[in-house]
Write a protein that binds this ligand. Structure first.
Ligand SMILES: [Fe+2]
Ligand SMILES: [Fe+2]
Length: 467
């Protein structure tokens, strides 16, 4: 069965790794059948499968039953650098093996990243039953199988570089469960329920985008197999983000069309703009928390050691100075409800810098969303909430701050909370419009059709062949 695993890691020449994966693979498949997409395991899905790392031809598209998907293991081509280019060890050789002194930290980084991959599959497992179109259904499954491949990518590193500990961690990846009170997934956003497609689009827009930024920091790592695994994962991740951005864009387009006809979106099963904004507020702020504390000694350690770099650390354009030793990060904190400035030594502020990069990136999508509203002649706009809003982690955790980032006090916050975050009423309404549409080329009433098909196929292509 291992013969079918596409790979460029010489799997056939590595009997030890083969044995480890041979033991893990049946457990993985059991997990997939139990916790993967509910109700569609026997259907043929038109999916992309990664088959190599060459630019332009790294993937194939064809029908496949999801349990037969060929989850492969790939490292991207070598980087242009062969020595460490940031932190305290600049100039030393990149590592092919895990150095003993950083074994614990690397294991933790790989396990934390790896755990998010099956977690999101679990969160999304019931969405197929409410897909707004056949193409969206296919896109959901594409995201799901690729998240599972990302799990394979991290499990490969655990099996090949961490011995018995790595094998134990690989098993535990299949044992934790999203949202389970006794045995949850590691990060909070990956334990939140996701049973509607507005949440799915927000998740792929905001939470997968956190994934992109975390992967990008690991893609700079001195531990070369980790850097090259995550570089390849980023190629797949780009599609997940596009599902999120285009999904929200289509929701806004549909709502704008309805409003242009002078109708209340609720009266025709479309989604009011203020409701979309509340879902944006909820999922973006939950995703901000994934970056961790703004002032973090772990972040400083990871950077100093060369485990995690900054976004585009090694592209030769963004940074001239790679020690980050003599700089400070300036930010603002609330002191008794008043904003005051604070300086954090740059290495300790790596999470804060990465969150800023992320927000800039997400804002480019928000601008494209607002262009859709503008094209339809509407004056309303959507926006990202302040990074101080609705936080549970870091400098702004648990503060009564509005989406504009202003400290407003507990009473004002409590009275306006339902204007800013999804209410029970919102969730009930969203749930009520989530009806499945499986007829090729047709789409549910709360969302505009996709702009184009997948891999050059027409919009009415039969993306899923039901058994
Ligand atoms: Fe992923
Ligand atoms: Fe993803």
């Amino acid at each position: 069965m291992l013969d079918t695993i596409p790979n460029n890691v010489n799997l056939s020449d590595n009997p030890k790794l083969q044995r480890a994966l041979q033991r893990w693979q049946p457990d993985f498949l059991n997990w997939w059948k139990e916790m993967g997409p509910e109700g569609f395991q026997e259907d043929q899905i038109y999916l992309r499968t990664a088959v190599g790392v060459g630019a332009g031809n790294w993937a194939q598209f064809d029908y496949v039953k999801m349990p037969d998907y060929r989850w492969g293991i790939f490292l991207s081509n070598p980087r242009k650098q062969d020595s460490i280019y940031f932190g305290d060890n600049i100039g030393q050789n990149l590592w092919d093996q895990v150095p003993g002194e950083f074994r614990k930290e690397l294991r933790r980084l790989i396990v934390t990243q790896g755990d998010t991959e099956p977690a999101s599959v679990e969160q999304q497992r019931r969405l197929g039953k409410k897909a707004p179109s056949l193409q969206d259904l296919r896109n959901l499954f594409q995201v799901n199988v690729e998240e599972a491949r990302h799990l394979w990518a991290m499990v490969y590193l655990l099996h090949s570089h961490f011995g018995a500990d790595g094998r134990d961690e690989a098993e535990e990846m299949l044992e934790r469960r999203s949202g389970n009170a006794d045995h949850p997934r590691i990060l909070k956003a990956f334990n939140k329920p996701m049973d509607d497609w507005l949440s799915f689009f927000c998740f792929t827009m905001f939470t997968d985008r956190d994934g992109k930024y975390q992967l990008a920091t690991l893609a700079e790592s001195a531990f070369d197999p980790l850097a090259r695994s995550t570089r390849f994962m980023l190629m797949e991740e780009a599609f997940h983000l596009s599902v999120g951005e285009s999904g929200i864009s289509r929701v806004l387009q549909r709502t704008a069309e309805v409003m242009n006809e002078g109708k209340d979106p609720r009266s025709v099963g479309a989604i009011p703009l203020d409701m979309v904004q509340r879902y944006i507020n909820y999922w973006s702020s939950a995703s901000y928390d994934l970056f961790g504390g703004e002032d973090s000694s772990n972040a400083a350690t990871y950077f100093a050691a060369g485990l995690k770099g900054r976004f585009n650390e090694g592209d030769g354009k963004r940074f001239n100075e790679h020690s980050a030793l003599n700089e400070v990060y300036e930010t603002e904190v609330y002191d008794n409800g008043r904003l005051t400035s604070q300086e954090i030594p740059m290495r300790r502020a790596m999470n804060a810098c990465l969150l800023d990069d992320y927000i800039d990136d997400a804002n480019r999508s928000v601008e494209r969303w607002n262009a859709v509203l503008e094209e339809h002649g509407l004056s309303e706009r959507v926006a990202l909430p302040s990074k101080r809003f609705n936080r549970e982690v870091g400098l702004y955790a648990n503060l009564p701050v509005n989406p504009a980032g202003e400290f407003i006090g507990e009473a004002a916050y409590a009275s306006q909370r339902d204007a800013w975050l999804p209410s029970e009423d919102d969730r009930a309404y969203i749930d009520s419009v989530m009806v499945p549409v499986y007829e090729p080329g047709k789409v549910a009433g709360w969302i505009a059709p996709p702009k184009k098909g997948i891999h050059g196929q027409p919009l009415d292509f039969q993306y899923v062949l039901f058994h």
